[in-house]
Design a protein around this ligand. Structure first.
Ligand code: AMP
Length: 431
């Protein structure tokens, strides 16, 4: 199928071909005609599927085709909500890229930066606003933003917005908009919570399901290297150096671990920086830009900071620590092998993380190959330690700090109350 056959205008086709896209991805094939026809959408698509262009292209077309309602000076006509600042910035970049031959205006607003420049931009009038929920409500509170003329609402990565506790903010925002509008909901999962949100929000939506739930891209080679906790950092430095890796995204569970690892790698002579929620927006944007330009060899990130990052052709993703939530493994390795490029996802797994590994393997329905790196063999006398907020966290009044999990032992099964603990784990982890 070609982009031409989807019914997009010449200006948009030009922008698409300037990006070098030869044909639409599956989500684009399905979403673009449905949105152009005016349907609400409930789409299950992860990052890396081309979903951003999937909603941005038809949105731009519809806005350009239908004239503004008279009597208003450029009211906000389309609102795109995203869970994180980085994703908001990236989505707005896409709006600019695909809309460059159209006379539409867009801007992005998120927290962590000064509000006044955002107020100025809003005052000058924008057609498309990309925003994170918190800062959006700040603007509403200050009466610097009017949502009463919104015709299109897009919730991007809606599952992550709910995980991050934005449901009340989202409800407040929706109450400020006209009921008569087209609403598009994109989510990596269709959980019960997402379905409830969708029921209250969408009118006879078209349902689109792309990559099977929690299936990593075929293009990503995945491998586990068993290694002792204290030797992970030496192994990582060695792997980067000996393989001459130039651009590596490394994940840790916590902000503290991300900071510590980026310092240690720098000490090892490897140019690294950390991005996470405690870093200023300027520092995060700078680190990401340098990483994209190839000036920074390693970017160490927590799950939340990395969510939705669009880094072209990223060859290496390293799980320095496995995530507490198995679904995050799939999100993490989605950073590599994107849009047709091959990638490699390496997990350094120590004795503490057996249960995490099992949960991940159960989720992706695949046993990951384990390769021991010579010189980094596991010491079988080292005992597992509890991972804070992890699945092996003892219940109240429970076990001691040490457990007896070993590589050669039968590993314990997953926590049976995982759904109850999941969102509270997340909240603690990301605050
Ligand atoms: P997304 O899932 O929106 O984050 O997009 C993932 C990546 O795919 C981005 O780098 C896009 O630039 C790229 N992309 C989007 N649509 C296409 C396409 N039709 N052909 C090739 N690459 C694409």
């Amino acid at each position: 199928m070609s982009f031409e056959s989807l019914g997009l205008s010449a200006e948009l086709l030009r922008a698409v071909s300037e990006q070098g896209y030869s044909e639409p991805t599956p989500v684009q094939e399905k979403a673009i005609p449905a949105i152009l026809e005016g349907f609400d959408l409930m789409a299950r698509a992860q990052t890396g599927t081309g979903k951003t262009a999937g909603f941005t292209l038809p949105l731009l077309q519809k806005l350009n085709e239908s004239p503004q309602k008279p009597g208003h000076r450029r009211p906000v006509r389309a609102l795109i909500l995203t869970p994180t600042r980085e994703l908001a910035a990236q989505v707005e970049e896409s709006v600019v890229t695909y809309g460059k031959h159209l006379p539409l205006k867009s801007t992005v607003i998120f927290g962590g930066v000064k509000i006044n420049p955002q107020i100025m931009k809003l005052r000058m009038g924008v057609d498309i606003l990309v925003a994170t929920p918190g800062r959006l409500l700040d603007h509403v509170g200050q009466k610097t933003l009017d949502l009463s003329k919104v015709e299109f609402l897009i919730l991007d990565e809606a599952d992550r917005m709910l995980d991050m506790g934005f449901i009340h903010d989202i409800k407040k925002i929706i109450a400020l908009m006209p009921k008569q509008r087209q609403t598009l909901l994109f989510s990596a999962t269709f959980s019960a919570e997402i379905k409830t949100l969708a029921n209250g929000l969408l009118r006879t939506p078209k349902l689109i399901e792309i990559a099977r739930h929690n299936t990593p891209s075929e293009q990503v080679a995945q491998v586990v290297h068993p290694v002792d906790r204290e030797r992970k950092r030496a192994l990582l430095s060695w792997m980067i150096g000996s393989n001459n890796w130039k651009q590596v995204l490394v994940f840790t569970r916590t902000k503290h671990a991300a900071n510590r690892l980026s310092k240690q790698l720098t000490q090892d002579g490897i140019n690294a920086a950390a991005i996470h929620g405690n870093k200023s927006q300027g520092a995060r944007t700078r680190a990401l830009a340098e990483f994209k330009q190839g000036k920074l060899r390693v970017l160490v990130a927590t799950d939340i900071a990395a969510r939705g990052l669009d880094i072209d052709q990223l060859p290496h993703v390293v799980n320095f620590e496995l995530p507490n939530v198995p679904e995050d493994y799939v999100h993490r390795i989605g950073r590599t092998g994107r849009a047709g490029n091959e990638g490699e996802a390496v997990s350094l797994v120590c004795v503490d993380e057996h249960q995490h590994l099992r949960s991940i393997e159960r989720l992706i329905k695949k046993t990951l190959p384990q390769i021991v790196i010579p010189g980094y063999e596991v010491d079988p006398t080292i005992r597992a330690e509890i991972i804070p907020n992890g699945r092996n966290t003892p219940k109240k009044g429970g076990a001691s700090k040490h457990t007896n999990y070993r590589w050669d032992n039968n590993r314990p099964g997953a926590n049976s109350n995982r759904n109850d603990t999941r969102s509270s784990n997340r909240r603690q982890q990301y605050r």
